[in-house]
Design a protein around this ligand. Structure first.
Ligand SMILES: [Cu+2]
Length: 177
């Protein structure tokens, strides 16, 4: 897809001489037995127990003064924007306040499951263990987190690297429970 700025693909498919080169994999017939099998089911999704939820937070992705913000702020590594306790669960709301840009919101360390996307129950690939919520204009993802394994300092950032570098990122910490 053609992409001429950081806003996203234009929708025009590049064909013919405009086409960009991509790597092609050519799979050859195997010799010998193929013991691979598609399993009857993939690993079950972790259960969601809303009774464990101790807090609900909003993360609003927007822009200001030509730069990119989360909750109205630019990245400052000395500011801890959230400090959930290990062994607890929270509901986080990722919101895109903009009307034209997409923000692939990425949270380091912990995975989440979508509870609602724009008020609707998730279907398809939205029903999975995720670490990116790609918010289109005005999208709202309400998601469930459990902070299980490690304490430490992590970041949330837009995975559009131009947004991330200008300064759509924040620090959050998982603290001892
Ligand atoms: Cu972004």
């Amino acid at each position: 897809m053609e992409q001429i700025n950081g806003q996203g693909p234009t929708g025009r498919r590049l064909e013919g001489p405009n086409r960009m080169k991509v790597m092609q994999f050519r799979v050859k017939a195997t010799t010998g037995p193929d013991n691979s099998r598609i399993p009857d089911f993939l690993r079950k999704l972790p259960t969601i127990n809303l009774k464990e939820v101790v807090a609900e937070r909003d993360w609003v992705f927007d822009h200001d003064m030509g730069l990119w913000t989360v909750n109205g702020s630019f990245m400052d590594p000395t500011v801890v924007s959230a400090a959930p306790k290990q062994g607890t669960a929270e509901i986080w709301n990722f919101r895109n306040a903009g009307s034209s840009w997409a923000h692939p919101c990425h949270v380091h360390f912990e995975e989440f499951q979508v509870l609602e996307w724009n008020g609707k129950k998730p279907t398809g690939i939205l029903r999975s263990r995720k670490d990116v919520a790609t918010l289109g204009p005005n999208d709202h993802a309400r998601v469930f987190y459990r902070f299980d394994d490690f304490v430490g300092r992590y970041v949330i950032h837009c995975h559009n690297n131009v947004h991330e570098d200008n300064a759509m990122m924040l620090r959050w910490d998982i603290t001892p429970g």
